[in-house]
Design a protein around this ligand. Structure first.
Ligand code: SAM
Length: 273
């Protein structure tokens, strides 16, 4: 292992490949929303999080990313972090004692409200509501599993919140961690230039978003709906709301029922959607 911290050219990326007290070149930024990621693949970060608006915000210190290499806490010549599952079965399990040491180090550096999340297919689904709560906190600590997962005892001991990217199984938690960070950071004020886009998009009012169009007005014989070119703002708002309701009712009956419950509407009502 090389014990040289990589900066990836950005002062806010701090992979902790060596003990915290040796890290001198990457000071914590006080009061900045912080994602702390524990992973066996630190080189995977920042990855897509270093690009576009989220990457620009990282560079501009609107949020910061600390990545900890779990291998550093491994034991023996090969820095082992896993062992065979108790009771038998395929694969390997990340050890509780190793993860516990890493978590104690990382969490000692957390400030304020900083929930600890284990990314796992058996967790609660990622939702916009969860991202809104995380964006309003001081940061988040994300444990990325690998192999068959993580020893249950460390999940219990640290009272981790289990969160899933969806009903499928990936090889590790890194992609799920990146999805969570991306969806959360874009809700932090000033990260997106246009805050209105966050307020109007899918899920923000419990509905999927209405269809979007742009120029040309006619493409391959398909015209933009006339109302959108009318300049009549009230009619445009009504049309968009009706489309959002239609799409939500058709595609996501679960969201539609929840929306109707909040707005005191009958989900089976015969509307002209
Ligand atoms: C191969 S998976 C382990 C799957 C586990 N044995 C199970 O059946 O639930 C390895 C790691 O990938 C991550 N992972 C896989 N799918 C995921 C998902 N849908 N959401 C979040 N994390 C996931 C978790 O961190 C997990 O520990």
């Amino acid at each position: 292992m090389t014990d040289t911290p990589r900066s990836a050219g950005r002062k806010t990326i701090r992979p902790t490949l060596q003990p915290r007290d040796l890290m001198t070149d990457q000071p914590e930024l006080a009061g900045v929303w912080t994602a702390q990621v524990l992973t066996l693949l630190p080189e995977a970060f920042p990855g897509i999080l270093g690009e576009s608006l989220i990457g620009r915000a990282l560079k501009d210190d609107l949020w910061q990313l600390n990545v900890t290499d779990l291998r550093h806490y491994g034991e023996g010549k090969h820095r082992n972090v896993d062992d065979t599952p108790a009771g038998g079965g395929a694969g390997m399990v990340l050890r509780a004692d190793i993860l516990d040491r890493a978590l104690h180090d990382v969490r000692a550096g957390s400030r304020g409200r900083n929930p600890l999340i284990y990314l796992t297919p058996r967790g609660r689904p990622m939702t916009q509501g969860l991202m809104q709560k995380l964006a309003a906190s001081d940061g988040v600590t994300l444990l990325c599993g690998r192999f068959e997962g993580v020893d249950e005892r460390v999940i219990e001991a640290h009272d981790m919140i289990e969160v899933s990217l969806g009903d499928f199984v990936m090889t590790g938690g890194e992609i799920a961690a990146m999805a969570l960070i991306d969806a959360t950071v874009r809700l932090i004020p000033r990260v997106l230039g246009n805050q209105a886009s966050v307020e109007e998009e899918s899920f923000s009012h419990g509905l999927l978003e209405h269809p979007q169009y742009t120029k040309p007005a006619v493409w391959n014989g398909r015209a933009i709906p006339e109302v959108l070119l009318s300049g009549h703002h009230a009619k445009i708002t009504d049309w968009r709301r009706a489309q959002a309701e239609r799409l939500t009712k058709e595609r996501r009956p679960d969201l539609w029922r929840a929306y109707c419950a909040v707005h005191d509407r009958d989900p089976d009502e015969d509307t002209e959607l």
